[in-house]
Design a protein around this ligand. Structure first.
Ligand SMILES: *Cc1c(COP(=O)(O)O)cnc(C)c1O
Length: 236
């Protein structure tokens, strides 16, 4: 008998949760201090409904069109999850994203933050949580604000924006870097941000391949796609 998709997701969810617990124990951290964000890009809304039924509370997507449609299908099924937007975002998508996203993790410019702020003030009844995407190596061509430059101005802008709430930072480890070096650097940046903005406590770091290193360096959220849902067959 082939496993049902629900059983398959239940099994991988158990494995991922065990990995998080083991990483916390190894780092001498409380396992409750790390939240799982299931990255469901390329997978159908039905998988989100399964994950929600299995206790997953937070899901992430990286494309507005796909995310908007999926969020609508999931809520039509009466499943409730918090939607995180984690991809590069064009300013003209801000009005769409603020209608379904609970958190936008990939804010890396004042121009984008400003578009989200105006859209959130017009279309939401409470502020949008925003994470600042950090370019750990300062190579901002691949997304992220530069911790040696514009990140700090961006932080002050978001903190002062009425439609936004500064939640913390998000990063992807640069490909050529040892993950622990990357997440160690991110931990320093996050600490510097908290010194100015004490409520900005979120550190979203770690994916399927490097969640242990991220947890060892203080990640509060890990974003897991492949280990939970399987290999994506499109390059994203
Ligand atoms: C796709 C994606 C992830 C998940 O990556 P996996 O390696 O599949 O776990 C995490 N963060 C971002 C920003 C992504 O685009």
């Amino acid at each position: 008998m082939p496993q049902s998709r629900r059983d398959e997701l239940a099994a991988s969810l158990t494995e991922v949760r065990e990995r998080i617990v083991r990483a916390c124990v190894a780092a001498d951290r409380d396992p409750g201090s790390v939240s799982l964000v299931a990255i469901t890009k390329t997978y159908p809304a039905s998988d989100v409904v399964h994950l929600a039924a299995l206790g997953v509370t937070d899901v992430g997507e990286n494309k507005d069109q796909e995310a908007a449609a999926k969020a609508a299908s999931v809520s039509a099924e009466d499943a409730a999850v918090r939607w995180h937007f984690v991809g590069q975002l064009q300013r003209n998508k801000a009005r769409s994203v603020v209608t379904y996203a609970d958190v936008v993790e990939s804010v890396d410019s004042v121009r984008l933050a400003s578009a989200l702020d105006s859209a959130a003030q017009r279309l939401r009844d409470r502020p949008l949580e925003v994470l600042l995407q950090v370019s750990i190596d300062g190579d901002t061509a691949r997304g992220g604000a530069d911790p040696g430059g514009d990140l700090w101005e961006l932080a002050d802008f978001v903190a002062g924006a009425e439609g936004l709430r500064l939640g913390g930072v998000m990063a992807v480890a640069p490909r050529e870097w040892e993950p622990s070096k990357a997440f160690g650097a991110l931990a320093d940046i996050a600490a510097r941000l908290r010194a100015d903005h004490p409520d900005a406590t979120v550190v979203s770091a770690g994916m399927s391949g490097d969640l242990e290193a991220a947890v060892a360096h203080g990640a509060t959220h890990v974003r897991i796609g492949t280990s939970l849902l399987g290999m994506r067959n499109t390059l994203r």
